[in-house]
Design a protein around this ligand. Structure first.
Ligand code: MLT
Ligand code: ZN
Length: 476
């Protein structure tokens, strides 16, 4: 017997071994562990096995084998999602996409690149930058988050206010349906108005409709001359006035992020940093601007002029050099890891209409205190997009009382229960707070059309349909 072959293999596992080889079908518990728990530690389950194809053809063969065995599948990229959408629930096959990490040459005349779905964002970004371009979406998890996962979840990130979400960066894609059929075309064309656009349908579908294998991305011009400012104000309403002025007056604006004093205290303690200003202020705005090479002084002057005219600002720090900019970004980017070090967080990523935003922090803290008086609530987010990350630490991972109370409040003020993280399993039962019955019915119709046996990421986004028998004849 081949000693590299997993023992106790079932018929599906045998079929998968035939597709990707023994080395890339993980059945032993200790090998599966990293694929079975999400980044937050809140969501976990057991996989039947983990399969790691290297090509789109192998992905199609894996999906056909799973369809023949009526085996549900959880597609997984970098496993950096925060809503439990990329980890198994109960015995699914985890389809790890990380080996599809080939990247084509950057088209430096037109700012385009084709990347395998498993390519980490940082790799695509480095390739783009080397050619004078950049990727429009950036995230703190850039070293692990994969391009396919980012499209599947329609990731937002730090520069959405300038460049839009991940779906706006996609020229075209290639994806495999649950029955093994390959959809889409890569490379694609910027103008192609020939009916349903698969990127529009699949971006944000969270692995429930098809598995992305390659993405053709539109890049944005590199803006290497960056200026980062951190400013302190007394309350969120004042911060919103500053945001309005920045947006109106600065064409170089890339990001406007917000943190609060308690969160900055935690980051300072966790990361061994000093407060950014000599005095402690309740609300901190991080502003990033960028321009082409040689424009640093102009960028700095225009930002300083806007900030200098904002009477709301009580303290400020500005950096133009890379170490200085990274130091200021750390107060914002290190919130996530700092909060996770306190315990397993309930991550409630919401958009609040600008008219209701100034009062929201107080209202949400009071709402959580009413049901979980000992919980810690730490807020931060992408203020320029009206997107706050409400992090609650204290309640047990499987107790969603605080999720319920916060998301209802969000719906009451006309917000969205998911700004950028998606729905996953964490918010599935709350989706009706943000989407109408007609929307939900149409989403289910779409799901049934793409995946009639409900094999792709069942339990994510929508409540699963029951299908005791396959609805299409399995392929030989
Ligand atoms: C962020 O904005 O840093 C990410 O969405 C991660 C998080 O919410 O923790
Ligand atoms: Zn975010």
């Amino acid at each position: 017997m081949d000693p590299t072959r997993p023992t106790g293999a079932d018929a599906l596992v045998e079929a998968l071994l035939g597709v990707v080889g023994a080395e890339h079908v993980l059945v032993e518990a200790d090998l599966r562990v990293p694929y079975e728990v999400d980044w937050t530690g809140r969501f976990r389950g057991t996989a039947r096995c983990v399969v790691r194809p290297a090509t789109a053809e192998q992905v199609a063969c894996v999906l056909r084998a799973c369809a023949r065995h009526h085996a549900p599948i959880v597609p997984q990229g970098g496993n950096t999602g925060l809503v439990g959408g990329s980890v198994p629930r109960s015995g699914e096959v985890v389809l790890s996409m990380r080996r599809l990490d080939d990247i084509g040459d950057v088209d430096d005349d037109h700012g385009e690149v084709v990347a395998g779905a498993g390519t980490p964002l940082a790799v695509v970004r480095d390739a783009a930058r080397a050619a004078g371009w950049d990727v429009g979406v950036d995230l703190a998890s850039r070293d692990s988050a994969t391009i396919g996962g980012m499209v599947a979840t329609n990731a937002g990130g730090l520069h959405l206010l300038r460049y839009g979400a991940m779906r706006h960066q996609v020229i075209g894609l290639e994806a495999v349906r649950a029955d093994g059929e390959v959809l889409g075309r890569v490379p694609a064309l910027r103008k192609d108005n020939t009916g349903y656009h698969w990127s529009g349908v699949l971006a944000g579908s969270e692995g429930t409709l098809a598995v992305l294998t390659r993405v053709h991305l539109a890049l944005v011009p590199l803006l290497p001359d960056r200026v980062v400012a951190m400013v302190g104000v007394d309350e969120l309403g004042a911060a919103l006035h500053v945001v309005g002025r920045l947006r109106r007056r600065l064409t170089s604006l890339l990001a406007v992020e917000v943190c609060f004093a308690d969160g900055v205290d935690l980051v300072c303690e966790h990361a061994g940093l000093r407060w950014p200003f000599p005095e402690r202020v309740p609300v901190l705005l991080l502003v990033e601007c960028g321009g082409p090479a040689g424009s640093a002084l102009d960028v700095l002057d225009s930002l300083s002029a806007v900030l200098g005219s904002a009477l709301e600002i009580r303290a400020s720090a500005v950096a133009t050099d890379e170490p200085g900019r990274e130091r200021l970004w750390a107060y914002r980017e290190r919130q996530t890891e700092t909060i996770s070090a306190l315990g397993v967080p309930h991550k409630l990523d919401v958009t609040i209409p600008f008219r209701a935003l100034a009062e929201f922090p107080e209202r949400v803290r009071a709402a959580v205190a009413a049901v979980a008086p000992d919980a810690r609530v730490i807020l931060f987010g992408h203020l320029g997009d009206g997107n706050l990350h409400v992090n609650v630490v204290g309640p047990a991972a499987d107790d969603d009382t605080v999720d319920d109370i916060v998301l209802r409040l969000v719906a009451e003020v006309g917000g969205s229960i998911s700004a950028e993280h998606g729905i996953g399993v964490a918010k599935r039962k709350f989706l009706r707070l943000s989407r109408s019955p007609a929307d939900l019915a149409a989403m289910r119709d779409l799901k049934r059309a793409f995946d009639p046996n409900w094999l792709l990421n069942p339990g994510v986004l929508l409540e699963p349909d029951e299908h005791p028998e396959p609805q299409y004849p399995p392929r030989p």
